[in-house]
Each structure stands twice: as C-alpha cells, then as structure tokens.
Design a protein around this ligand. Sequence first.
Ligand code: PLP
Length: 449
Amino acid sequence: MSQVDHVFYRSQRKKMPLIDRGEGIYLYSEHGKKYIDASSGALISNIGHSMAPIIKAMHKQAKKIEFVHGTMFKNESSIQLARRIIEMCPGNLDRVYFVSGGSEAIETALKMARSYHVARGNVQKHLVISRWQSYHGATLGALSMSGRTMSRKIYQPYMLDFPHISPAYCYRCPYNKEQETCNNNCAWELEHTINQIGAEYISAFIAEPIVGATLSAAPAPPKYFSIIRQICDTYDVLFIDDEVMTSFGRTGKNFAIEHYGVIPDIIVGGKGLGAGYYPIGAAICTDKVFKLFEEKLGSFAHGFTYQGNPLACAVALSVIDFINKNDLVSYVEEMGEYLIKELSNLYRFDFVGDIRGKGFMIGLELVKDRHTKEPFPVERGITKLVSETAWKRGLIIYPASSNGQVQGIAGDGFMVAPPFITSKEQIDKIVALLDKTLDEVYKKIRLNF
Ligand code: PLP
C-alpha cells in the first residue's frame, strides 16, 4: 500500500523521481535510473555529490562542536573560512558576514548598505536600484530587488518600492544596439535613474555579473561594470555584486566580477560556498564599509540563529580547500572554453537563438525565429519540453524558470552548468545527449508549426 506523502513540495503538478544516492556528477533514483547532473542542482553542487573529503570534514567538525551561537562565541572554522574567502577576493574586500543561504545574504547586503549610510549621517539613503530580468532571492527584500516578473506578481502588494533599470542583455539589447555599436546605454541608465530620483535617496545598486536564473547566463558587455563603478562612486552609492550563483569558481574566476576588473563594495555569495553539503551564504564587504560598523555603529542590527555556525563553516572550508587543491577554478576556465565550443554545434538547430556564458555556466536561448528573435508562444512550454526530454535521456539541465527573457513574460532557455569535476569525456557525453534531446524536440515542434 502506498504511503501518503506529507511533504509540501513547491509544485503540486510536477512528478519528481525519488533520489537514492549521488556520486560525483551522477545521481541515481530509487529505481536505479542514472542521471548526469549537468545543472549541479541549481548551480550549487559545484564539486559533485557525496565527495569523501567533505563528508570527512563534516564528521570531524560534528564530533568536536556542531553549534555555538554567534553572539556568544567565536569558532575556529568561521575564522579560517573568512580568512580563506578574503584571500580569494579581489581588491580590498575584508570582512565576511556569514548566513545560511543566498536570500539571507542578499537581505544582509541590503541592511549593510543602509547601515553604512546611516552611520555616515545620510539617513535618507535607503533605495536599492536593481535591474529587470534579475533574481536576487525569495525573501521580501530580495524579491523587491529582483526583476523576475512572474515571481513578483502575486506578492506585488508586499514589494518595497525599489526602482529597476534595464538589464545588460546583449542578445535582446534594450537599446537595439549590436556589439559594434554598443555605447553602454544600459549602464548609463543607472545615472539617469539616480538623478531622476535624487542621489540622496539611493543607497545601493545591485546586479548579477552574469545573469543566471532569469536570463540563462547572460554576461554584461565588457565595459558595463567599470561604468557602474564610476557612477556609484560619483553618487555615493554602494555597488552590491550578487554572486550567489557565480562565486567560488563557477565562471572560471573565483568571482565573476573579476572578468570585468571591478571591485564591488559588497559581494554576496551562497550556493557554491557550501556546494550543497550544508546551507551557508555570505555578505563580504570592504574595509571602507566595515569601518563604519567598527568605529561608529558598534554592532550590526541584523542576524540569524544559524549564522557562522561551526559545522557550516567547516564544510565550506573543506569545499574551498577541495577546489583550491585540485586547481578547479583554472580547470573550469580552460574546460569552459571547450564546453561552449562543443555546445556551439547545437546552432545546427535553427531554434537555438543564442549560446552564451562563461566557464561552466553556459546558457542556450531558444526562439521561434532565429532571424527576428521572436519567442515561442508561452503556452507551448518549450523550456519544459526540452527539460523533460533531457531528463528522460538521463540528462539534467537548468531550465530558465517562469519565461522571463522577453519583457518578463515570454522566452525560453536553459543552462548547462555541470560540476567542476566534469571530465572532457563527460562533457562530450552531455553535449551528445543534448544534441539528441534537441533533435527530438525540434521534430516535435516543427511538425506543429
Ligand atoms: N541571488 C542569485 C543570483 C541567485 O541565483 C539566487 C538563487 O538562485 C539567490 C540570490 C537566492 O539564493 P537562495 O535560493 O539560496 O536563497
């Protein structure tokens, strides 16, 4: 007799397999079906599943001390982890505020920026400018900054009144420019918006260096972030770099902002820090920001019970050690070029409109008409069809959720984002499975148009 499942899942429609175990880049269902995890969960399982050194570190720490409250005690794992993170950071980033995930870390950055301005006597500065087609998390502050239309819709009455500017989305440039004619209007839009509202009200600007969940790995144009940095400095606005998806090696650099040679005031990390082994996130700030807490405020009026606990930090430390010991960031940089080159063969399907991204974070955007970039009608559910077809073949990809690319209401795409330990042969297998998947989908959809 089948038991009633009392878990309240996110979807009440989707039928999900029950997973029994994982090993490296593979997952195995209860019935023994083998999947290649080419999405690393949601770009989190960066070093693969059930890796022995991480389990060992977890066990060692749990036996010693599993938890102490962060307002009562320091712990050695958090001190070591913060030191290791700062060593990996660009520029003068100096302090790490630990939390338990991406959304918590984004909320932390929001309050950190606000506290910084209040401490300097700029008490009106409270608005965070963000961009449409972005995702910064599910909690209300993070969602208010997010520009993912479908995720915001029913919670609109709760949204903070934060301004949004156009995304840096070269495939569908909001200013109808091509690469050769790009004059970074989308970056300068930040200055227009600050001036329209009044710099005295603006606390921060937040952006993902490579837009993940909403735009399937869309990088900003090369000069975008140096212009953003310049504008933020001019108007005393902090630049928050949301690297929940991209940090700790995913794009072939420790942090994706390094592709742009810019130093943010706050970097937000999550996902890959714990790599799926334990929930952990972090808001990392510069010495300039921290000094205000140290010299003026004396404390940060914000916190969570689980922040910086020894078990979370020991696990994250072992994840970072694993990445560094195996030189995985350089590997991702090098192999990422191979991955995108091989994936580019999929342009043979005329519904593949764009292939983009960096490192092991490559996005494919699917269109009804490659020439006009017209999206498929939303009701055709093309992303879902591709994803389900891939799953049947044992390949897990990361679908762009909620059709957001085109004005927040349409568009199809997905990411290929395997764990950093994926070999060249395994990349070939992923691309071959994807080729077969797109072939099957292509035949289905072209028959129906
Ligand atoms: N920021 C970005 C860029 C993300 O991709 C996500 C999650 O996908 C978040 C923030 C929120 O992180 P979490 O789901 O761990 O709360």
